[in-house]
Design a protein around this ligand. Structure first.
Ligand code: TYM
Length: 370
């Protein structure tokens, strides 16, 4: 079946192996994971479960680190609305790398991008969400001494001179073919990818020292970094390395969680009642009746509720497998599985929301200013 993945559109049933080939990524193999584990001493569940599946030059990052050449981490968010649990995947993994390698972290919030690409959003809207989304990244535990949050419209004085160096080397025809933009696309959207390239070399510029950059991100963002990797060597900086995660699926039939379709995802700002309602009406792999479920068993592999356990809410591999088997044998009913998940999500959100509110008081310490 046909599928499409760009930073601006994800549709169809994504065949990740095909996509990896199409994008020219390297599959994340056990050899690379073993190399990483030499440094981290444990394997993150997102690596064990192949939630992170591909990379570019990840081995190079490890080799440089071994030589004493520390990398910095860079990832980001396009503030089109509140943060959903899918956005947290690359950030939670980034936090793990941040703790294990004790490196600096740069987080870009692209209020310009979401303003330019979304006809319904004003700059006030996207700037408002930029500050809201920043609370989520702080709530994950990043520390102010090693973390800088860059909001594009607020850091334009520093970013613009760097962005135009990138822009001068990117043609309109490249942008058309990579992002699917057209002659009638607004000229801000055509320029935008140069802004997303900036944090991949801005820390080197500011430090006056060329440093390797590692970008963990969802696979949809790779087209931006393909362009970035083409240009940075021409400006005297190394190609940024990257590591890609698959999509946390939607609660409904559509493919990927979407911030513009609230019923498809749980948001970090949802209250317990909303979570109960969303999970209660989620698409499952259950049968029509309880009797049929007991007889034939459920289908965890097509169940969005099971996927929630897989992606975030059951980190113990053994317990997850037991749950899969119980479901398949008809010994676990959807109602019980949903009730437990609602509990776990609400417990997580209660703590996350407390930390988000605490983060409001310290946000200023994280925001990058010259
Ligand atoms: P945005 O806001 O669309 O997404 C933020 C990050 O979350 C990933 N993501 C997902 N991962 C798993 N499952 C999902 N359902 C899901 N939906 C989104 C995205 O791939 C991304 O990593 N242009 C960017 C903002 C940005 C950025 C960056 C992202 C600026 N610089 C550097 C990554 C790295 C954007 O709109 O992301």
């Amino acid at each position: 079946m046909a599928f499409k993945v760009t930073p601006y559109e994800v549709s169809g049933n994504v065949d990740y192996q095909k996509l990896i080939k199409e994008f020219g990524l390297k599959p994340l193999d056990s050899k690379t994971i073993e190399k990483l584990t030499k440094f981290t001493k444990e394997t993150h569940f997102m690596l064990r479960r192949k939630i992170f599946i591909a990379h570019r030059d990840f081995n190079w990052i490890l080799e440089e680190y071994k030589k004493g050449n520390k990398f910095f981490l860079y990832t980001g968010r396009g503030p089109s609305g509140n943060t959903h649990l899918g956005h947290l995947l690359p950030w939670i993994f980034t936090k793990w790398l941040y703790d294990k390698f004790k490196v600096d972290f740069w987080f870009q919030i692209t209020d310009d991008e979401k303003f330019l690409f979304n006809p319904k959003l004003s700059l006030e809207d996207t700037n408002h969400f930029a500050h809201e989304n920043a609370l989520d990244i702080i709530a994950l535990g990043f520390k102010p001494d090693r973390t800088k949050i860059v909001i594009d419209t607020e850091c334009a004085d520093i970013m613009y001179p760097l962005a135009i160096q990138v822009a001068k080397k990117v043609t309109f025809s490249v942008v058309k073919s990579v992002f699917g933009l057209q002659n009638d696309s607004n000229i801000g959207s055509i320029f935008y990818t140069s802004m997303q390239a900036v944090p991949a070399f801005m820390p080197s510029v500011l430090k006056g020292k060329v440093m390797p950059c590692l970008i963990p991100h969802g696979i949809d963002q790779d087209p931006h970094f393909r362009v970035t990797r083409d240009i940075l060597p021409k400006l005297g900086y190394p190609k940024p390395a990257s590591i890609q995660n698959v999509f946390f699926p939607s609660l409904t039939k559509s493919n990927k969680m979407s911030a513009s379709m609230p019923e498809t995802a749980v948001f970090t700002t949802d209250d317990p009642k909303t979570v109960k309602k969303k999970i209660g009406s989620a698409l499952t792999g259950g049968r029509e009746t309880l009797a049929e479920q007991k007889e034939k068993g459920g289908q965890p592999d097509i169940c969005s509720v099971f996927k929630y356990y897989f992606f975030l809410f059951e980190m113990d591999d053994k317990k997850l497998e037991e749950q899969r088997q119980l479901c398949k044998k008809g010994k676990l009913m959807c109602g019980d599985c949903k009730a437990e998940l609602i509990n776990r999500i609400n417990t997580f959100l209660e703590s996350h929301q407390k930390k988000r509110e605490e983060a409001r008081k310290v946000l200023d310490e994280y925001l990058f200013k010259r």
